[in-house]
Design a binder for this molecule. Structure first.
Ligand SMILES: C[S@@+](CC[C@H](N)C(=O)[O-])C[C@H]1O[C@@H](n2cnc3c(N)ncnc32)[C@H](O)[C@@H]1O
Length: 433
């Protein structure tokens, strides 16, 4: 494909993404399958361009006078990110072959006009209401947090299943597969590999044998903080794909009762092969929206882990397209749902047991505000200071210092800027009565 044809393809992929809510990765794969003439280099170049645009979407739309279509965003990116001159952009828009049609008068004037005074949220590459939330949470550091969140090429973290392999063994297998591998700083079971070129982790023998799983280090850390003990009853209340279920199972060393619950059966079914691979067991329970289905566990659980539905804004460095799909209305709905789920989950916790609230959100409305609302309505749940949660053997000595530093009393935030992880929030409560 010519460079111009690749640009036309990137623009049309951005347009199809705008019509739905599918992840960029899925849309790119579908495009590749439908356009077999595109070679791997073409697909790579097109994907790079699409992601480049998604990470800077607000700024590019601003430059192009508020236009949000793929063509305008691509033209804006050639100018503002790639630094091409008007003549160079015009050469790529000659209309020849499969390339995009020539620039209109308005498009040309957008390029020559310069960017003018750019508002902070535009420069940050995030929706305006997100920037307002960040300013309230991070003060002067908001732009640093925003920048790290939208920076490309987040590495891929793995959690070694220490019941099946040692960290050294897995490290050796990854090296033998030609991957550059390092230890993660906070989870002693974590390994990190670069995301470029994309490694095929699932094809490795060790993965198939359950020796390791893909899990961001932040997600590992919140599992370890929860303090799941062998021989106890643990409920993973919003089990989803089972990432945390497997971490909790590992902390329990296969001893005790682990229940993975969710309102979506398909998600629970996806956990089954992962449990099998890891060689651990969990009871899978489909619950109703009101929490029905877990009555047998009422007042019995030592630990209820609520990895609540959230905006997923902590993972925007991996899925920048989601930033532009989130609305304030959705965040309000999520906040209400989070508080409702927490209140339902309280029933399961036995006196002296723990309730853990976790999100992979960066937004205060879903983190501190949901924790505030829960605490106000449930005074029998005592917030446990993060400093009292750091004894898990899976946390490194460096993590104990770092997490104590990052904690604000009984609440912890991890972020790409502060911990080099995805964004996470955690608050742990103990039932006093
Ligand atoms: C953030 S995801 C969980 C991710 C998962 N824990 C992991 O580590 O892979 C939130 C999950 O909550 C589930 N959920 C939504 N509403 C719920 C409810 N009322 N009760 C329990 N789970 C709910 C969703 O189906 C979704 O799977």
């Amino acid at each position: 494909m010519t460079p111009a044809a690749r640009l036309a393809a990137a623009a049309s992929i951005l347009d199809s993404m705008a019509q739905g809510r599918q992840p960029a990765e899925t849309v790119l794969k579908a495009w590749g399958a439908a356009n077999r003439y595109a070679g791997s280099k073409d697909r790579r170049a097109i994907a790079d361009h699409v992601y480049k645009v998604l990470r800077a979407r607000g700024r590019l739309s601003w430059i192009m006078g508020g236009r949000e279509d793929g063509r305008a965003l691509v033209i804006g990116s050639l100018h503002a990110i790639d630094g091409l001159s008007l003549e160079e952009i015009e050469a790529l828009h000659s209309g020849d072959g499969y390339g995009p049609r020539p620039l209109s008068k308005q498009e040309r004037s957008r390029i020559t006009a310069g960017q003018g005074e750019v508002p902070g949220w535009v420069a940050a590459g995030l929706p305006e209401f997100v920037v307002e939330d960040f300013k309230a949470t991070f003060g002067d550091r908001w732009a640093e947090e925003a920048h790290a969140l939208m920076t490309p090429r987040a590495p891929i973290d793995l959690r070694v299943n220490d019941a099946a392999a040692t960290v050294e063994e897995v490290e050796a297998e990854l090296r033998a597969a030609g991957l550059e591998v390092s230890r993660t700083p906070w989870s002693v079971l974590g390994l990190r590999v670069p995301s470029e070129p994309p490694p095929n982790i699932q094809a490795l023998d060790g993965f198939k044998a359950g020796k390791f799983e893909i899990q961001d280090e932040g997600s590992q850390v919140v599992c370890w903080l929860a303090g799941a003990e062998p021989g106890t009853t643990v409920v993973d209340y919003c089990a989803g794909g089972g990432g945390k279920t497997l971490g909790l199972a590992q902390a329990m060393r296969g001893q005790g009762k682990l229940i993975a619950a969710d309102v979506v059966n398909k998600r629970l079914e996806n956990i089954r092969p992962r449990l099998k691979r890891a060689g651990v067991e969990a009871e899978l329970v489909l619950i109703g929206q009101n929490g029905g289905g877990l009555e047998a566990v009422n007042g019995q659980a030592d630990l209820v882990f609520v990895d609540a539905p959230c905006s997923g804004s902590g993972t925007w460095r991996r899925r920048p397209e989601d930033a532009w799909r989130l609305t304030t209305e959705e965040v309000e709905k999520l906040h209400a749902l989070q508080v409702r789920i927490l209140s339902q989950a309280t029933k399961l916790v036995k006196p002296g047991g723990r309730l853990v609230y976790v999100t992979c959100s960066m937004l205060a409305r879903e983190n501190e505000a949901s924790a505030d609302a829960f605490e106000a309505a449930n005074p029998e749940f005592r917030p446990v200071p993060v400093a009292d949660l750091l004894s898990a053997p899976q946390l490194s000595a460096a993590a104990r210092t770092k997490l104590a530093e990052l904690a604000s009393g009984a609440r912890l935030r991890l972020s790409p800027a502060t911990a080099d992880t995805d964004g996470f929030f955690a608050a742990v409560y103990e039932r006093t009565a």
